[in-house]
Design a protein around this ligand. Structure first.
Ligand code: GRG
Length: 296
């Protein structure tokens, strides 16, 4: 399959749906919405929504069925980037190739824009109930799993551990926990939500969740590698931030070569798990392979 064309087509689909959920409005009363829009449409890869759609299709569901969850996940992801860039956290000036939200607007507006996106995500999920008439319990399960993945048991908890680990040595186990929570949890939730809303059986949902966990860790290892080896033009942000902040990373702990080997091993295992799903899971296999060679 032509992954580049597939990703571009999916990105457009997701962007159109996001525009519907968050139309552009301007003016002083709408400053927070302008800031939400600014960061949401700054040109992200849309990896989490694309994974959500692909997981639904891997179990025989259709993409449009899961679009509300896909968009909600992208909003949560964008909120996390806005808050992560704040001076109190990573203090970054560039994100997705443009000024970070607090640099473009101001700190208070950036905090509110993040809060607004997080809240809006759950409104979109709850508003989707009429689409799932007769199987509202599946939607409820998705709302619960997305909340857990975004909150203290997932991304927020991982971010806390990450901040606490700055400037000190961590063990391999600790690092894996930080990465699994900070980044892996939301990526895994994207795959699991897609599988559930797409109508997957319990065993399909379980194997896709296991694939999502491997993919989530792989993604963070390659993110760590990009911070060492990537360049600002391709990444849309300044590399080297992890070293400057003395962050716990895979290359820092294992070296670049072993980190790449570890990522490749994890993703190979993840892709192998998809065997029972046959051709329908090909996009997920290709996305897994792409993560190992991505440049942004
Ligand atoms: C502030 C609650 C809170 C959490 C922050 C996501 C996160 C936790 C921190 C961001 C720092 C960071 C660079 C983490 C590495 C993984 C990651 C989320 C990278 C960015 O995701 P991409 O590459 O970004 O999918 P795009 O812009 O393509 O959407």
């Amino acid at each position: 399959m032509d992954l580049k064309a597939y990703l571009a087509e999916r990105r457009d689909l997701v962007n159109r749906a996001l525009e519907g959920y968050l139309p552009r409005v301007r003016g002083p009363a709408f400053r927070v919405m302008e800031a939400m829009h600014y960061s949401l449409f700054a040109g992200g890869k849309r990896l989490r929504p694309i994974l959500c759609l692909a997981a639904a299709e891997a179990v025989g569901g259709n993409a449009s069925e899961v679009m509300p969850a896909a968009c909600a996940l992208e909003m949560i992801h964008t909120y996390s980037l806005i808050h992560d860039d704040l001076p109190a956290m990573d203090d970054d000036d560039l994100r997705r190739g443009r000024l970070t939200c607090h640099k473009q607007f101001d700190e208070a507006t950036a905090i509110l824009a993040g809060d607004g996106l997080l809240t809006e995500a759950f409104r979109i999920l709850a508003d989707a109930a009429p689409r799932y008439e007769g199987r509202e319990s599946v939607l409820l399960e998705v709302i619960q799993l997305v909340a857990a993945a975004a909150g203290y048991q997932g991304m927020v908890g991982g971010q806390m551990l990450d901040l606490l680990a700055e400037g000190r040595e961590v063990t391999f186990k600790e690092l894996e926990t930080i990465h699994r929570l900070k980044t892996g949890a939301l990526l895994t939730a994207a795959v699991r939500a897609g599988a559930l809303l797409g109508g997957g059986s319990r065993s399909e949902v379980a194997l896709l969740t296991a694939y999502g966990e491997k993919l989530g860790l792989t993604f963070q290892i390659t993110d760590d590698l990009l911070d060492v080896e990537g360049n600002a033009a391709e990444m849309g942000k300044t590399p080297g931030g992890d070293a400057r902040r003395r962050k716990a990373t895979y290359p820092g702990l294992l070296g670049a070569h072993k980190s790449r080997e570890w990522a490749s091993r994890l993703m190979t295992e993840g892709i192998r798990l998809l065997a029972p799903l046959g051709a329908k899971a090909e996009p997920l296999r290709e996305i897994g392979r792409y993560l190992l060679v991505r440049r942004s």
